[in-house]
Design a protein around this ligand. Structure first.
Ligand SMILES: C[S@@+](CC[C@H](N)C(=O)[O-])C[C@H]1O[C@@H](n2cnc3c(N)ncnc32)[C@H](O)[C@@H]1O
Length: 266
């Protein structure tokens, strides 16, 4: 049997897990502010007081820890979305609300093979890594500095199933029989033909682009190949504030993130 790595063990921890040194935990202050920390013998400073982190050892998820100001902090088990929001960022990432559209529109799941470009900070890489595990993610980027950050993030939070490549995806895709080619880069239309070669029949290409011109170029290129289920969407989220005196949409909302296009190899 494959030896379980420390992170795999962490993922299997149930809510009754007794916290040990080097575990990763989410600390929630009374106002809802989150801190992702590794359990070591040290003092952690927050604006609601200092926490003695060694006090976490022997506690369970759901227990509390008190700061020196007497404020109660909850101890929770972090999840994938906590990791994505709290990981180190270099280039702009796709937020989870948008990135989850990949799963909704392509049906990728455990055991699948994905090619991604560019890796950027590794936010989408992490989502893909969790979704297809024990399948594999091949993540291309041309920028060595960004690849280093993505690799650090995946080594810390990922599932050991990502291979990074310092490679220009406009030059081609090495992999074959791929279930998904996922793109977040300036000229996605230049990958449409390579993706067609790399995909298995029924596999998907996905592209995220901030500007409509990129979508138009992408769709024009898609129409030259035998792709089906072609669509372009954007994900607009309107959150509500719920108060005793009245419930209504929040006054401010995020106006635009990006357009997402999908196509399936026929
Ligand atoms: C916006 S970032 C991707 C962010 C990533 N999706 C995330 O959520 O963390 C775009 C990335 O594409 C990379 N890139 C640009 N052109 C590329 C190419 N031809 N091949 C591979 N990567 C490329 C850039 O270096 C950059 O890291």
């Amino acid at each position: 049997m494959r030896r379980l790595k420390r992170l795999d063990l962490h993922l299997l921890q149930g809510v009754n897990h007794t916290i040990e040194e080097n575990d990763r935990v989410l600390i929630l202050d009374p106002r809802g502010k989150k801190y992702l920390i590794t359990v070591t013998n040290r003092v952690f400073h927050t604006n609601l007081g200092k926490l003695d982190i060694s006090e976490l050892i022997g506690k369970n998820y759901g227990d509390k820890i008190k700061s020196h100001m007497g404020k109660n902090f909850s101890i929770l088990k972090p999840n994938l979305i906590d990791y994505i929001y709290m990981m180190r960022k270099m280039p702009q990432t796709i937020n989870p609300d948008d990135a989850c559209q990949i799963i909704a529109n392509t049906g990728i799941s455990a055991g699948d093979t994905v090619v991604e470009a560019g890796a950027g900070s590794g936010a989408v890489t992490l989502l893909l890594s969790y979704t297809v595990f024990p399948g594999k993610v091949y993540s291309y980027d041309i920028n060595e500095r960004f690849l280093k950050v993505a690799k650090e993030n995946i080594d810390t939070y990922g599932k050991g199933n990502v291979e990074f490549k310092l490679k220009d995806i406009y030059d081609g895709i090495d992999e074959k029989d791929v279930d998904l080619v996922s793109l977040d880069l300036p000229e996605p239309y230049r990958v449409v033909g390579h993706a067609y070669e790399a995909l298995r029949a029924g596999g998907f290409i996905f592209s995220f682009s901030p500007c409509i011109e990129q979508v138009i170029d992408f769709r024009r290129e898609i129409s030259k190949y035998d792709y089906t289920e072609v669509k372009s969407i954007e994900c607009i989220i309107r959150e509500y504030e719920v108060k005793e005196k009245g419930t209504r949409p929040k006054t401010r909302m995020l106006g635009h993130t990006g357009y997402m296009s999908f196509a399936r190899k026929a």
